[in-house]
Design a protein around this ligand. Structure first.
Ligand code: NDP
Length: 238
């Protein structure tokens, strides 16, 4: 049961994170929505109601994890659920990949999720319960030309998550991975439509709420159960 629990969702101003935040709130959780765009967060929080609160923050900053935990404690009294969702997608062929993308991708897609996982897992372990879900990608297990940095960081996040899950076995704290396939969000907006991942014929992209449903499936498991990894492909995607 997630009703009454406190969830922190990163990257909650758009796409999958927004859908996850809305879905958890609709099922009775108190939700702290974290992202950089204050105006978008404010509009979403207003639409959800009293059980939502916004924190405008760049989660790739080194102290962001502590700031999120403190905000959850201050506004809702504790933190039961952490969804590390914020991420960016930058790829490109050998000649075109801008190496300036490397540091921000490492900082957000890997380091931010790792830092938040550590900070929240310590607090959850002390409390005796909690759920952490790290949003990966099916790209973590597909090697495609140009996708090595993004996929490699998601693979690293998966290995980290699995290791932490094992380390926390028996503590009441679960760590799970949800790995979406191609999902209709803003993440590919900077890429010409014919070069977006999964843009082939016959593909029906997933919708953000499909991923939210998968996240809730992990979090709602009874205490005796632990689902470590869900991969979700869109119809027609291989
Ligand atoms: P979107 O681009 O739609 O949304 C990304 C979210 O992350 C926004 O809320 C953005 O808000 C936030 N964000 C970006 N940078 C930062 C930052 N430095 N600090 C805080 N928040 C930040 O992406 P998706 O919803 O598509 O992606 C969500 C996750 O799902 C990512 O981890 C992505 O890798 C993964 N994924 C997505 C797939 C897809 O096909 N869409 C497929 C597989 C995985 P703001 O700009 O306001 O900060």
């Amino acid at each position: 049961m997630i009703a009454g629990q406190v969830a922190v969702v990163t990257g909650a101003s758009a796409g999958i994170g927004e859908a996850v935040a809305r879905d958890l709130a609709a099922h009775g959780a108190n939700v702290l929505l974290v992202a950089r765009r204050e105006d978008r967060l404010a509009a979403i929080v207003e639409g959800i109601g009293d059980n939502a609160s916004a924190l405008a923050l760049d989660v790739s900053q080194p102290d962001a994890a502590g700031t999120m935990l403190a905000a959850a404690n201050e506004r809702f009294g504790r933190a039961d659920i952490l969804i590390n969702n914020a991420g960016i997608f930058r790829t490109g062929p050998l000649e075109a990949f801008d190496l300036a993308n490397l540091a921000p991708m490492i900082a957000l897609n890997y380091e931010a999720a790792v830092r938040a996982s550590y900070v929240f897992a310590r607090a959850m372990k002390a409390a005796g319960s909690g759920n952490i879900v790290n949003i990966s990608s099916i790209g973590a297990n597909l090697t495609a030309p140009g996708g090595g940095v993004y996929g490699g960081l998601k693979r690293a996040l998966e290995i980290f998550s699995d290791s932490l899950r094992i380390e926390l076995a028996g503590t009441g704290v679960r760590v799970g991975i949800v790995a979406p396939g191609s999902t209709a969000t803003e993440i590919f907006d900077h890429i010409p439509s014919d070069r977006r991942p999964g843009s082939g014929a016959g593909l029906t992209p997933l919708e953000p709420q499909d991923i939210a449903y998968a996240v809730r499936f992990l979090v709602e498991q009874p205490a005796r159960s632990n689902v470590p990894h869900l991969r979700i492909y869109s119809s027609g995607q291989q």
